[in-house]
Design a protein around this ligand. Structure first.
Ligand SMILES: Cc1cc2nc3c(=O)[nH]c(=O)nc-3n(C[C@H](O)[C@H](O)[C@H](O)COP(=O)(O)OP(=O)(O)OC[C@H]3O[C@@H](n4cnc5c(N)ncnc54)[C@H](O)[C@@H]3O)c2cc1C
Length: 520
């Protein structure tokens, strides 16, 4: 079922994109069949599927176009150029770093490429609780199969397992915990470990090197440096988008853009999408921005006696999902290699000598992540002209995190770690297995105490049949405005407790089919 894109239409490198530097006029008006806001996981899939169906598609992307050869393979530099708020996006309490990509290709450019199908459990639950009886496992299966084929999603080969993951695998086996082999959207991984900084050699099958060039081959136009500022609607129907083309250096607006289109597709991601709808006065039932979830994660770092050099190899090699379903515990363990920037903000809150001493052991460190299925308790809103992500880890979720950290600690010790660092704002270590329960039981759910990272914001424009409690209908069209569709991670009705990119790819593909059917 893999798509065949005529190779002669897709350049071997680079992508045709209009950037601020290409624009000489201070106003611009375009007409299209469909305008898509955002070029990440959801937007790129929609761009391709709609363009392939013969529609004249315009994609607006707020972030810059950074061709792969300009990726620096330095995390600090990449955060500045490729991430939302230069990597500094956080919840209102400032204790959860909420990472998102902000560039042509969106978060798929900087993500770790780990892919899971949406578990049947959630598809069935969404049917019962949200009336999404259309998204059955049977209906969704061909969508997963298609994106898997198109993006080369496949299990890691044995040689791709990083050195730290090998140790963790041994730890899991000793404890009789089943280890899962990561599936990734990567072809011929070079195992440099730079996924989070962008894949310089285009092996990661991000939207930048797959669906966006394919969409362009079918005639789609992409505008980078172009932030949508308002969704236009008349008589309850979408009619286009207003946007600003901003010079990335001076941050000044170079051009006011208007795109007239009878189909508007929102794919700005779960933080910006609700903000844009709110700004466009499209929040009739007050649900837009609510139900934010983000899969908070904490990493326990284990120090080993020998150098492990856990910075080469697959970014994710293995996972442990025995306790992932909410009824079973609600947490997932994931191995991840770490570069010095990540290592430095994870575990040692001190400065000076304590920090230097910790970082001098960087080559001996291995981290294991606990990711939790959280309760959609947050909100995204405007506060005096600035975005605000109000989200605190729920008390019940914190108990789940503690259970995950305990398993995580046991695996690290079983793998041979000699000391563990718990990511708290005051230094906290565990020196032996028999201390695990006491140390972790003593943790309270306090704000600004833990060093959470979220890679998976979701849920702010929930999909469901009830127009009073959800934002988007089962076919992806907003309840409020006809012909306005949403295809990004804000759709997810509940947290899914697994990395969500494949879910977004498949849902965006499903909704694109609904759009093509309704607008043949
Ligand atoms: C560091 C990192 C690692 C990750 N690792 C994994 C992983 O291994 N596996 C996995 O499954 N998931 C992973 N994810 C998450 C996954 O990439 C996202 O869930 C997915 O990309 C979300 O898709 P989206 O379409 O909602 O948004 P994005 O892919 O984030 O795309 C949204 C785009 O919209 C643009 N935009 C925002 N506002 C506007 C506006 N007003 N006008 C125009 N454009 C706008 C943004 O700049 C951005 O490019 C990771 C994410 C990050 C940040």
């Amino acid at each position: 079922m893999q798509d065949t894109i005529k190779a002669k239409n897709v350049p071997a490198r680079g992508l045709a994109v209009t950037q601020a530097s290409d624009v000489t006029r201070d106003t611009l008006e375009l007409n299209a069949d469909a305008v898509i806001i955002g070029s990440g996981a959801g937007g790129a899939i929609a761009a391709y599927e709609l363009a392939k169906a013969g529609k004249n598609v315009v994609v607006l992307e707020a972030g810059p176009y950074v061709p792969s050869e300009k990726f620096t393979e330095m995390m600090a530099v990449s955060m500045d150029t490729l991430y939302a708020d230069h990597g500094g996006q956080a919840n209102s309490a400032g204790d959860i770093a909420i990472l998102q990509g902000a560039c042509v290709g969106g978060s798929t450019v900087v993500n770790a490429a780990l892919c899971f199908r949406t578990p049947d459990y959630y598809l069935e639950r969404w049917g019962k609780e949200f009336g999404l009886t259309n998204l059955t496992p049977k209906v969704m299966r061909p969508y997963f199969e298609k994106v898997e084929a198109n993006l080369g999603i496949a299990p890691n080969k044995a040689y791709e397992t990083s050195a730290g993951a090998q140790l963790l695998k041994g730890g899991m086996q000793k404890l009789n915990l089943p280890e899962g082999n990561a599936h990734r959207n990567i072809r011929n991984c070079a195992m440099t470990g730079f996924c989070f900084a962008g894949c310089k050699s285009d092996r990661k099958q991000s939207m930048l090197v797959t669906y966006l060039p394919w969409a362009v081959a079918y005639g789609a136009s992409i505008y980078a440096d172009t932030r949508a500022t308002q969704i236009l609607a008349a008589d309850g129907k979408a009619s286009g988008v207003l946007a600003e083309i901003v010079d990335p250096q001076s941050k000044t607006v170079k051009c006011q853009l208007r795109v007239n289109a009878p189909i508007v597709v929102g794919a700005a991601g779960p933080v910006q999408m609700p903000l844009l709808l709110q700004k466009s006065n499209l929040n009739g039932n007050g649900q837009v921005g609510k139900n934010f979830a983000c899969h908070p994660t904490l990493s326990v770092t284990g120090m080993f006696e020998e150098n492990v050099d856990n910075f080469y190899g697959a970014t994710h090699s293995l996972y442990m999902d025995k306790y992932t379903m909410p009824e079973d515990g609600g947490y997932l363990l994931l191995d991840a290699i770490q570069d010095p920037v990540e290592a430095s903000f994870q575990a040692e809150p001190g400065t000076g000598k304590p920090y230097m001493s910790y970082m001098s052991k960087y080559r001996n460190s291995v981290r294991l992540i606990t990711l939790i299925h959280d309760q959609n308790v947050g909100e995204v809103n405007w506060n005096n002209g600035a975005k605000e992500i109000t989200y605190f880890v729920d008390d019940k979720d914190f108990q789940i995190m503690k259970a995950g950290l305990k398993t995580n600690a046991r695996v690290l010790f079983a793998a041979g770690a000699k000391q563990l660092y718990i990511p708290t704002s005051q230094k906290l270590t565990i020196d032996s297995v028999d201390q695990i329960d006491a140390v972790i039981d003593s943790l309270d759910n306090e704000p600004a105490r833990y060093r959470y990272t979220s890679f998976h914001p979701q849920g702010t424009c929930r999909m469901g049949a009830d127009p009073d409690t959800t934002v988007v209908s089962p076919t992806g069209e907003t309840h409020e405005v006809k012909n306005l569709y949403i295809v990004d991670a804000s759709l997810l009705p509940t947290s899914i407790g697994y990395n969500p990119s494949e879910t977004v790819y498949a849902l965006a593909h499903y909704i694109s089919d609904q759009i093509n059917r309704a607008h043949g």
